[in-house]
Design a protein around this ligand. Structure first.
Ligand code: SAM
Ligand code: SF4
Length: 348
C-alpha cells in the first residue's frame, strides 16, 4: 500500500509540550467540538462494531444534559464556534432534544448532528425545532441487501424515509458520509457521487480507519485488504462523471477535513476525507468529548483529559476551561495508524 503515514508512538499526558503553542495545539485554533452523547447504537456497522456486540457503558456513567451544557458553555467561552453531536448513535438517547436545546441556547454559530438516519422519520422535525442547523447522515450503499450486511441488519427503506423527513423539515443541504471498502462497496462510489447531480447534497468519501474492535479488525482480517486510497475513489468517479472541479470553500460554515469538489454541472458536491493516505493533523481544528466525560485531543491517539472531576458535585467553569487548555497540547504531530478507542465511543 502506498501513501500511508508512518506510525508514531501514541502520546499520553506525560509528554511535555509547550502550553498554548501556535498551530493546531493552540486553543485559538480549536473551532469545533464533537460531542458524543452515547456509545450505544441501533446498528452494528461492519467497520465500527465487533461481531458479538460491544460492552456499552452503564447509563449512570454517562454525562447528563446539564454536564454537556456546562462543558459546551466553557467551549463557547474559549472561542469554539461549531458543535457537532454524535454517538454511537445520538438518536438512541432519550434526552437528546433536551441536550440539543441547552446547547443551541448557548448560541454557537453552528450546531449539527451526525446520525445513521434511521430515526429521522420521527425526529427530523423536532431536531430542527430544538435548534439543529445541519445534519450529516451515514450511508455506504444504496443496495438494500448490501445495506443490511454492512450495517448488521439495517433497512435502507427506513433510511430513505429519514432522508425525506429531513428534507421536509428544512434540512436541504444534507451531507452524507460513505466509508469506502474494497470488494464491499467500492464498486458503488460513482453511483453514490451521482446523487449530487440533482440535489444540493454533499457526499463525502471517507477512507476506512482501523480503529478499535470491529468486524474488520477481527483476527484474520488484514486492514490492507479493506482499505481503499481516496485517490482511486476520485479516479473512479471521474471515469464515469468527468473530472470533478475543486470547490473553494473560503469562510463557509462547517468547513471540515474534506477536500471538496463538484461534478460537472452538479448542484451538490463530493468530498474526500483521507485521514490515512493524507493525514491533515497540522490543520486539525477540533477536540472531542466522549459520553463519559473525557476530552480527547485526537480521533486516533490517546491524549485525553477527564472532565468529570470538574463537574461534580457541581460544574466549575474555570477548571473546565483549564482542561480544554490541557487537552489541546496533547494533539499528536501526526496520528498513528491504530487508535486506542472504538469509533462508536468517540463518535468519528
Ligand atoms: N452513528 C452515527 C453515524 O453512523 O453517522 C454517528 C457516529 S459514527 C461513529 C460517525 C461516522 O464515523 C460515521 O459516518 C461512520 O461511517 C464513521 N466511521 C465509523 N467507523 C469508521 C471507521 N472504522 N473508519 C472510517 N469511518 C468510520
Ligand atoms: Fe452505529 Fe454509526 Fe457505528 Fe454504524 S457507524 S455502528 S451507525 S455508531
Amino acid at each position: 500500500m502506498t501513501g500511508r503515514p508512518i506510525a508514531l508512538p501514541v502520546l499520553n499526558d506525560e509528554v511535555q509540550r509547550p502550553e498554548y503553542a501556535n498551530g493546531p495545539r493552540s486553543l485559538d485554533a480549536v473551532k469545533l467540538l464533537r460531542v458524543s452523547v452515547t456509545d450505544r447504537c441501533n446498528l452494528r456497522c461492519i467497520y465500527c462494531m465487533p461481531e458479538g456486540g460491544m460492552d456499552f457503558h452503564d447509563k449512570d456513567e454517562l454525562l447528563q444534559a446539564p454536564d454537556f451544557e456546562a462543558i459546551a458553555a466553557a467551549a463557547v467561552e474559549i472561542g469554539i464556534t461549531h458543535i457537532k453531536i454524535t454517538g454511537g448513535e445520538p438518536t438512541v438517547r432519550r434526552d437528546l432534544l433536551d441536550i440539543l436545546r441547552r446547547l443551541a441556547d448557548l448560541g454557537p454559530d453552528d450546531l449539527s448532528l451526525t446520525t445513521n438516519g434511521l430515526q429521522l422519520h420521527r425526529l427530523a422535525e423536532p431536531l430542527r425545532e430544538a435548534g439543529v442547523d445541519r445534519l450529516t447522515l451515514s450511508v455506504d450503499t444504496l443496495q438494500p441487501q448490501r445495506y443490511e450486511q454492512i450495517t448488521g441488519g439495517g433497512r435502507i427503506e427506513q433510511f430513505h424515509r429519514g432522508v425525506e423527513a429531513a428534507e421536509d423539515a428544512g434540512f436541504e443541504k444534507l451531507k452524507f458520509n460513505v466509508v469506502v471498502m474494497k470488494r464491499i462497496n467500492d464498486d458503488e462510489v460513482a453511483d453514490l457521487a451521482a446523487l449530487t447531480i440533482d440535489k444540493p447534497w454533499t457526499i463525502r468519501f471517507i477512507e476506512y480507519m482501523p480503529l478499535g474492535d470491529s468486524r474488520l479488525t477481527a483476527p484474520g482480517v488484514d486492514p490492507d485488504d479493506v482499505w481503499v486510497d481516496n485517490a482511486i475513489v476520485k479516479d473512479r468517479i471521474a471515469e464515469r462523471h468527468g473530472e470533478p472541479e475543486p470547490v473553494d470553500r473560503g469562510s463557509e460554515v462547517g468547513v471540515g477535513p474534506a477536500n471538496v469538489y463538484r461534478l460537472p454541472g452538479a448542484k451538490g458536491r463530493i468530498g474526500f476525507i483521507s485521514a490515512m493516505s493524507k493525514p491533515f493533523c497540522e490543520t486539525c481544528n477540533r477536540l472531542r468529548l466522549t459520553s463519559t466525560g473525557e476530552l480527547r485531543s485526537c480521533l486516533f491517539d490517546g491524549g485525553e483529559v477527564d472532565v468529570m472531576p470538574a463537574l461534580r458535585p457541581s460544574p466549575r467553569r474555570d477548571e473546565i476551561v483549564d482542561l480544554f487548555g490541557r487537552c489541546v497540547v496533547l494533539k499528536p504531530e501526526t496520528h498513528s495508524n491504530r487508535g486506542n478507542r472504538a469509533m462508536s465511543q468517540i463518535g468519528g
